[in-house]
Design a binder for this molecule. Sequence first.
Ligand SMILES: *[C@@H]1O[C@H](CO)[C@@H](O)[C@H](O)[C@H]1NC(C)=O
Ligand SMILES: *[C@@H]1O[C@H](CO)[C@@H](O)[C@H](O)[C@H]1NC(C)=O
Length: 477
Amino acid sequence: MSNPIFSSLLLTLLLAFSLPSTSSNPTNPTPTPWPHQFHSTLFMNRSGTLQMIDLWYDWPNGRNFNIIQNQLGTLTYDLEWNNGTSFVYTLDSTRECRVLALEVGILRPNWLDGGNYLGQRYMDGFLCNVWEKEEFIWYYEDVVSKRPVFWVFYSGYSAHVMTFEVGKVLEDARWQAPVYCFDETGKMNSLLIESVANADLHAELGYCWRGWGSSALGMGTGSGSESNDNGWAGAGPGVVLKTLAVIGGAILLKRLTKSTTRWDHTRLVARSLSGEKYTKEQASRDPDNFFNLRWLSCPAAEMVDGSKILYFEKAFWRTPHKPFRQRFIMVKPCPNEMKCDVELSTYAIRDAEEYKNFCDRPKDQRPQPEEVIGDIAEHLTTIYLKRCQRGQRCLYEGSTPSDGFPNTWNGATYCTSELSVVKNNEIHSWDRGYDDDGNQVWGVKGAPYEFKPAPASSFVDMFPPLSFPTASFVLRE
Ligand SMILES: *[C@@H]1O[C@H](CO)[C@@H](O)[C@H](O)[C@H]1NC(C)=O
Ligand SMILES: *[C@@H]1O[C@H](CO)[C@@H](O)[C@H](O)[C@H]1NC(C)=O
């Protein structure tokens, strides 16, 4: 809630979640569910940028309102409905409005359920019980009054709760977005946000997916005009900053729905693996140990369950048309019971010859998705990727299980693979074969290959432009 966009869902869920919550025991207390209606004023601090937020949470009516006063600056209204529509607007002469269609509604009153209890700490002079949820938010609740006192997001964006009035409701007339949020026909100027969780990764890692950042919003140029085609109603780039607050809340919601998040990780990993990458830098640094290799990968098909099939080939950069390794990579979320985020499985290709330079060819000259699925041959390896801890250079890293997978190349009996996805779409990959006695018989020694994207990659268009220009939002943060 850097902006409490809070929760929602449907009437049925509403009923389901209104059941009495489990009672706390003293050693492992549970957070008090939010009152179904309240008004709170929050003192927000985002790395020294201060805001006051008037928060009106109204669960029974499926709505939430953040009225955001920037210090000595603009007043922005962020009105959120549990059908996923949010209106972010000003009421001054700038008449800015942006309509967002989020995948999620407002937070449920019990959104903190399942948080990890961390014990008691003082905050702002109040003794508090503290919980952490999803390594995303740390929440402090007064031990005696059970009111929230403070919360802070992993990004450092914090909220001090100044007032908390249970049962207070804002009059209906105020829950009305201004007329300039709608076009002449009364339709909303809307923009679909596909995946908010990605925003969070981008924010955190400064990761920039070329092609759908600045151009989609006209942010990079600072011109507001082209943006209008994309759902902005007379809003300049400034609005983006103001709406950051909103996105934070939506991210939180996505975070809280873990299964969705794994699909977001899947998409991000698939994207990072795609493209044309070289080990040129490494090869010039250490020519005795590393070749300059070309990595080329692109989406080839999608399975009914949403798993993505990438075609992948590796070649020496001088002979890109003769790849020495060709694979399909299936990218999908890790099974629920496993402690990882994304599963990467490699498969041999039936009729590999047909696939040489697949990604370099125009789409109509490639095997089509149905053929791709038919050409998936034996399973070779699976790597389980986990999201990296904050502060690390990587985004995801993982390996095959320690006993690896069967392999017979050059006297090997098994092979292992390690892979990490690093900022800026870099991939570090280390494949090694071992014999019966555990001696390495193939693969580079000492360190993984570091594949860096080719500077003028032609692969920016491989994925359909996301409907949500996440990167530009977040990079400004
Ligand atoms: C805001 O947060 C920063 C740390 O991000 C801190 O240094 C600063 O003192 C805070 N300002 C206020 C007014 O609390
Ligand atoms: C969601 O609800 C609000 C308020 O009733 C409404 O203005 C908006 O059109 C709704 N959005 C959709 C997608 O139905």
